[in-house]
Design a binder for this molecule. Structure first.
Ligand SMILES: NC(=O)C1=CN([C@@H]2O[C@H](COP(=O)(O)OP(=O)(O)OC[C@H]3O[C@@H](n4cnc5c(N)ncnc54)[C@H](OP(=O)(O)O)[C@@H]3O)[C@@H](O)[C@H]2O)C=CC1
Ligand SMILES: O=CC(=O)O
Length: 323
């Protein structure tokens, strides 16, 4: 299928992207891989066809819940039997897992990708994790002679489908250069940030700001509504001023309707806030706003909103304090 020498492995996650590369996958990665030829619970056959044709990569996919790979398999991807076998079969393996525990399990567990790595291979971890997890995976990967790149992404489901993610990479520069053509298929830009840990830190900083923005926006919509303002007009006014943001314009209208179709799950936004607050604590930077917002998301998660989109945080604020 491919005239290129690189074989991709994807060990992943499931919900967000079944992207376009070799993976141990997540839904999110599935979307990314989708453009390389990936797999996922999302079905966009026409789009996949376009991407496969354009990218021309041979892709092997593995996911813990194997059925999530079926759509990609039916489009020509090969099925990996385990992270180990996937990494052994591929030149470069992309991993996209839910959290630090999942990323460690898939990289370093009993059938982990590390067991299939060797000199000449590369492992690119696209999961959002903390710097310590990333460094531990980097060490295990490098012990095999393979190279490691952390590459968390900024951008949710639509950018994944469109191939307009932003990659925040750090680690082995030769692997960054080798993986760049693949990153370019899945993303609109990529940053190389130096030592392992810098990509994780950048991602946590960005998502800390995003989580706080969404909570503040939610408070504004609810406060306005309580004073008799039309929330749709609030969104319009915000959209024309200095604090306008694509996120408000995109998610505001459905939030007003009480609809939260999941692109970025609330449980992952809370995970990122928690990791950001822990990072701040480690380096001695006060982040009182992020700490308060983290508590709010944690409360929303315990109230059953974890699998909703993170914009469902507005529901956690819909309490009548005068009742
Ligand atoms: N969704 C989004 O918009 C974005 C997500 N991200 C980040 O990308 C990552 C994935 O996100 P997303 O796809 O939405 O998450 P999901 O929760 O939808 O998917 C998580 C994936 O991780 C797998 N997984 C979790 N734990 C393990 C484990 N112990 N062993 C093997 N597999 C495991 C799941 O497997 P299974 O299918 O078997 O459950 C699933 O494939 C997260 O780190 C998230 O923060 C970053 C930017 C945007
Ligand atoms: O991590 C989430 C995103 O949208 O970026």
């Amino acid at each position: 299928m491919s005239q290129l020498p690189t074989l991709y492995g994807l060990v992943a996650t499931t919900h967000f992207l079944l992207p376009k590369l070799p993976c141990v996958m997540s839904p999110y990665i599935a979307l990314m891989l989708w453009e390389l030829v990936l797999v996922s619970s999302f079905v966009w056959p026409d789009h996949l066809e376009v991407i496969c044709t354009a990218a021309r990569y041979d892709v092997t996919v593995w996911n813990r819940s194997t059925s999530k790979c079926d759509p990609l398999i039916s489009e020509g991807a090969k099925r990996g039997e385990s992270p180990e076998q996937t990494a052994a079969a591929c030149d470069v393996t992309f991993a996209m897992l839910a959290d630090p525990a999942g990323a460690m399990e898939v990289a370093c567990g009993p059938q982990g990708a590390v067991k299939g790595l060797s000199a000449g291979k590369g492992y690119v971890d696209v999961s959002t994790v903390d710097d310590e997890t990333s460094k531990a995976i980097a060490e295990a990967v490098r012990k095999t002679g393979a190279e490691f790149l952390e590459a968390p992404v900024s951008g949710s489901k639509k950018p994944a489908v469109d191939g307009t993610l932003i990659f925040l990479t750090a680690g082995d520069k030769p692997l960054f250069e080798r993986a760049s053509p693949m990153l370019d298929v899945m993303g609109k830009s990529k940053f190389y940030l130096g030592e392992v840990g810098n990509g994780a830190a950048m991602k946590l900083v960005v998502n800390m700001v995003m989580g706080s923005m969404m909570a503040s926006f939610s408070e504004g919509l609810l406060l306005g509504a309580k004073t008799g303002l039309d929330p749709k007009t609030i969104i319009e006014v915000i959209g024309q001023g200095a604090i306008s943001a694509p996120m408000f314009a995109m998610k505001g209208p459905s939030m007003v309707e009480g609809q939260y179709p999941t692109a970025f799950p609330l449980k992952h936004q809370q995970k990122d806030l928690r990791l950001a607050v822990e990072l701040a604590d480690k380096v001695g930077q006060p982040t009182p706003i992020a700490a308060a917002v983290n508590d709010l998301y944690a409360q929303a998660k315990s109230n059953g909103l974890g699998d909703e989109d993170f914009s469902a945080i507005i529901e956690a604020l819909k309490v009548n304090v005068n009742a």
